[in-house]
Design a protein around this ligand. Structure first.
Ligand code: DQA
Length: 146
């Protein structure tokens, strides 16, 4: 079965309780279920990895080389200077979509640049948990049916 990597960086395991006025009330489990529902028709299995440290996220990307069709990545604050994660995703031989729950452009200026964005297939910001569903739809459209 083909796998879709759902990768979430630091502080995203506490979604639902973390600043709900900024990030919404959906938990990571809710998001996992929503993405799984979105891609079930294609027979894709969602492999969800959330880690607090960059090295572990890099390992998850490397582990997904074989068998995954693509990735949805919310790097959290690693968007700002996660160069190692960026290099891992640059080498990752599948498309990935970057997602941010909040509209980073409407927030502090240090969130206005992402080191991942230039190599992502697309970037979705500010739509809350819906952004993950839309990212899944984008990958469904982008990855040829096998
Ligand atoms: C975030 C935005 C980042 O700036 C922040 O550090 C996060 C969450 C988002 O989903 O809106 O941890 O990636």
């Amino acid at each position: 079965m083909s796998e879709l990597l759902l990768l979430n960086g630091p502080n995203l395991g506490i979604l639902g309780r973390r600043e709900p006025e900024v990030y919404g009330t959906d938990t990571l489990a809710d998001i996992e279920a929503a993405v799984a529902a979105e891609v079930a028709g294609r027979g894709w299995k969602v492999v969800s990895v959330q880690r607090e440290s960059e090295g572990q996220l890099i390992e998850a990307v490397q582990d997904a080389w074989d068998g995954s069709v693509g990735a949805i990545v919310n790097p959290g604050a690693l968007m700002i200077a996660g160069w190692g994660l960026r290099d891992a995703l640059a080498a990752y031989p599948r498309p990935f979509v970057e997602v941010h729950l909040s509209n980073v452009w409407a927030r502090e200026s240090f969130r206005h640049e992402s080191v991942l964005a230039p190599i992502a297939s697309g970037v979705i910001v500010g739509l809350g948990a819906l952004g993950y569903r839309l990212a899944a739809q984008a990958l469904l459209a982008k990855v040829p049916a096998s």
